[in-house]
Design a protein around this ligand. Structure first.
Ligand code: SAH
Length: 258
């Protein structure tokens, strides 16, 4: 019975560079009869699809939702009930700001088999590939991940007063348009305006752009460079170490944008 209903693999496709994906994820793509993929998934990964595989783009770009989440949930259920092997490809890791859990709940309601294939999340990989370690001995022993966007009906909030001084490295996903608010809240809660920060756009990819400054300067720098999403915003002393640790390619990307 279960098998007739097909199976959904909720697959983390990694941060961008098509080589930064797991073997297990590739196997799921190769075996899939249907692939549903998001905006941030590298399209080169679709080359692993077998012949005849149905490939469906369900991505959203910023706030222009190409597909409402409910419709994606429904599609997964429909394909699952039709007995298909489905790979649901998501950028980074499916459970880090990826709504993977919501999709699974829908599948469970219909007794559709699923598996979770974790991926390399952008919040660690994007700074890392640019030479910024999210933790560093004697410099940063804690790191936390935040979403810069909160939906209108959100039931959680960011405790700015606690995080501003209580955590060493702060990593914001979806933080470009909200950067002024993030910076304002952190400084209002006691974060030093001199704290080193970086905005990294399209990290791990050839088109990567890196902006480095301080909490106090980054918003103006972003305006000057007309800096656009998608980017990871990283706040903390670790950013200062990137000069020593970043590979040459990233230094070139930086000078390009200046
Ligand atoms: N599940 C994903 C995150 C989805 S939220 C993960 O685990 O990585 C989408 C946000 O991730 C983007 O707005 C951006 O902040 C970040 N992001 C994803 N890929 C990125 C990349 N290559 N470079 C910079 N930021 C990226």
């Amino acid at each position: 019975m279960m098998r007739e209903r097909g199976k959904v693999s909720i697959v983390g496709a990694g941060p961008g560079d098509p080589e930064l994906i797991t073997l297990k994820a590739i196997r799921a793509i190769e075996n899939a009869e249907v692939v549903l993929y998001d905006y941030l998934v590298n399209k080169q990964l679709l080359d692993y699809c077998k012949e005849g595989c149905e490939i469906v783009y369900v991505g959203k770009k910023n706030r222009q939702h190409t597909y409402p989440q409910e419709d994606i949930n429904k599609m997964l259920i429909e394909y699952g009930l039709a007995g298909k092997k489905i790979a649901r490809l998501k950028g980074g890791d499916p459970f880090v700001f990826g709504r993977g859990a919501e999709e699974i709940l829908g599948l469970k309601e219909h007794d559709i088999e699923f598996e979770v294939i974790p991926g390399i999340t952008a919040g660690v990989a994007v700074p890392g590939a640019a030479g910024i370690p999210v933790t560093l001995r004697n410099v940063a022993s804690s790191v936390a991940f935040f979403t810069g966007h909160q939906c209108a009906n959100h039931k959680t909030e960011i405790y700015w007063d606690k995080i501003a001084t209580g955590i060493d490295t702060l990593v914001f996903y979806m933080g470009v348009t909200q950067a002024p608010r993030i910076v304002r809240n952190l400084m209002a809660c006691g974060k030093n305006p001199e704290t080193p920060v970086a905005m990294i756009r399209w990290g791990t990819l050839p088109e990567q752009e890196v902006l480095k400054g301080t909490l106090g300067t980054i918003v103006q720098m972003m305006e000057e460079h007309n800096f656009k999403p998608p980017a990871i915003f990283i706040v903390g002393e670790v950013v200062a170490y990137s000069e020593q640790l970043s590979p040459l390619i990233n230094q070139m990307a930086e000078s390009e944008i200046e």
